[in-house]
Design a protein around this ligand. Structure first.
Ligand SMILES: Cc1cc2nc3c(=O)[nH]c(=O)nc-3n(C[C@H](O)[C@H](O)[C@H](O)COP(=O)(O)OP(=O)(O)OC[C@H]3O[C@@H](n4cnc5c(N)ncnc54)[C@H](O)[C@@H]3O)c2cc1C
Length: 459
């Protein structure tokens, strides 16, 4: 079986989700694996070492004309190369940790006109069709197909006797892609400015371990709704896919047309309708289905899409989209030069009332943490450190490469507060942190701080 694995090298390292895609490909019996990457020439060394794992070859698409490509341009460039290759299956990581959009995979499958299965947790069988367990349930697709893979395994190490494979570097003269669809100039979405992400910052009030229960009882039983300002000038109308985003749309436009929920939208039928009715703006819930179908529509309509927006603004014509980037460290203000202007928007997903989340600090006490959670009727989650240590399952991971949560109360125990964790708890109602280290950054994202070891918290 011929398998292409799309990989991105970020800061000299392989994108964590692509590690899992590569490992899944190498585990398929009889697989002939080729890595495909669009990166600067510096990526060559890393690709060369990766060929020792069993991928016979890597192709590096490298040309100044590719620089600054957004997801649509990136998918276009990769598709131009893939159209010249033989393959049965394409594997991509769910997302990259610098872009965090999860858009290239669905865009690419649409441009190639092949089957798509996203958010894969397990490949159960592959023959003429591929059977998968995904975060959305059991799914399958006829080959050729493209899968986007979650962080579900650990990449193997090279065996001592393994040999280096080959890295073929192709520039655009060799590829022959249309420069008008590549790089910064070929990208419909544009970053207008960036600034430091302070959205998760909170004023921390110190309390004693014995005060925890009283504080929990004193918190409002309903999560306080985040009020979004009504836009002074409004768009004439916009399309919304998802009831939650339609509510947000009412603050931006005089007329909001609710197309459907994300659960039963067919992006192909929607593309035909959009070509006729020409909406200027389409907003999607940034849930798993929205993050899968919106990129399909962006490829079908050849228009830009901004992912996971936390804020929106308009001047009556243009939609200005704000989203976290660079692993949540910054906020970028983005516009789209083509119509319709599209965005997936972070929404309040129905979340648990209380979440108790454990980090490396409680690695040896995870059972006690679960007991503690049970006394509060709380859901248990974890940091990546605990998942990587094999103590908590990936489904529990909160963070950039895990899940976003927005409970009424989030209790972080033994978690230091890395931005790749806290970027996913910004929508929590109240954050309480338990940690003996007063300098732990988690206290900058907490409303209440308990300077103690978990052992001092009574169950
Ligand atoms: C590309 C990439 C993606 C990532 N994605 C994620 C992600 O999705 N989610 C995520 O969480 N991380 C993610 N990370 C990792 C992240 O950067 C941090 O390394 C990780 O969150 C740290 O986990 P931690 O806080 O549990 O562990 P540590 O940073 O080791 O902190 C442990 C804390 O426990 C405290 N402690 C020690 N003993 C006790 C005790 N007895 N009781 C209470 N507290 C105690 C310590 O003071 C310390 O603050 C990612 C990293 C990368 C590079």
């Amino acid at each position: 079986m011929k398998i292409i694995v799309c990989v991105k090298i970020i800061g000299g390292e392989l994108n964590p989700f692509d590690e899992c895609a590569l490992e899944e490909a190498l585990r398929i019996p009889g697989a002939e694996v080729t890595m495909l990457s669009m990166c600067p020439p510096t990526a060559k060394e890393k690709l060369l070492t990766l060929t020792r794992l069993g991928a016979r070859k890597a192709i590096l698409l490298c040309d100044p004309v590719f620089a600054g490509s957004d997801t649509l341009a990136t998918a276009y460039i990769l598709s131009e190369q893939i159209k010249r290759m033989e393959y049965d299956l394409i594997l991509c990581g769910r997302q990259t940790t610098d872009g965090d959009t999860a858009q290239v995979g669905p865009c690419l499958a649409t441009m190639l006109g092949i089957g798509l299965v996203t958010n894969v947790m397990k490949i159960r069988g592959v023959d003429e069709t591929i059977e998968c367990t995904t975060r959305l349930g059991e799914e399958s697709a006829r080959l050729p197909a493209l899968l986007t893979v979650e962080r579900i395994n650990n990449l193997r190490f090279p065996s001592i006797r393994s040999k280096m494979g080959e890295v073929e570097i192709l520039n655009n003269q060799a590829l022959g892609a249309d420069p008008a669809r590549c790089g910064l100039h070929g990208s419909p979405t544009r970053v207008l400015k960036t600034f430091e992400n302070t959205s998760g910052r909170r004023k921390c009030k110190w309390i004693k371990p014995e005060e925890l229960k009283k504080v929990l009882e004193s918190l409002p039983k309903e999560k306080q709704k985040v009020s979004v300002a009504e836009s002074p000038v409004k768009l004439k109308s916009l399309w919304a896919i998802g009831r939650e985003v339609a509510e947000k749309g009412k603050l931006l436009a005089d007329e909001v047309i609710l197309i459907s929920d994300t659960t039963n939208v067919d992006p192909y039928a929607l593309a035909e309708r959009a070509k006729k009715e020409k909406p200027s703006v389409i907003l999607w819930n940034a849930d798993l289905l929205g993050r899968r179908n919106a990129p399909i529509l962006s490829a079908l309509l050849q228009t830009g899409l901004c992912a996971d927006c936390t804020a929106l603004e308009t001047d009556g014509e243009k939609l200005f989209m704000y989203r976290p980037a660079k692993s949540g460290n910054i906020i970028a203000k983005i516009e789209c030069a083509t119509l319709p202007q599209m965005a997936t928007v972070r929404i309040e997903t129905p979340s648990d009332d209380i979440i108790v989340s454990g980090g490396k600090g409680v690695a040896g006490q995870f059972d006690r943490l679960k007991e503690f959670a049970a006394t509060l009727g709380a859901e248990v989650c974890a940091s990546r450190a605990l998942v990587d240590a094999g103590i908590a399952p990936y489904e529990m991971q909160v963070g950039l490469t895990g899940k976003n949560v927005s409970p009424r109360v989030y209790i972080a125990v033994g978690i230091s507060g890395a931005v790749r964790h806290t970027c996913a708890i910004e929508n929590a109602g109240t954050v309480i942190a338990v940690n003996p280290d007063k300098d732990a950054p988690i206290f900058d994202s907490a409303d209440y701080g308990i300077l103690a070891n978990f052992e001092e918290i009574e169950l």
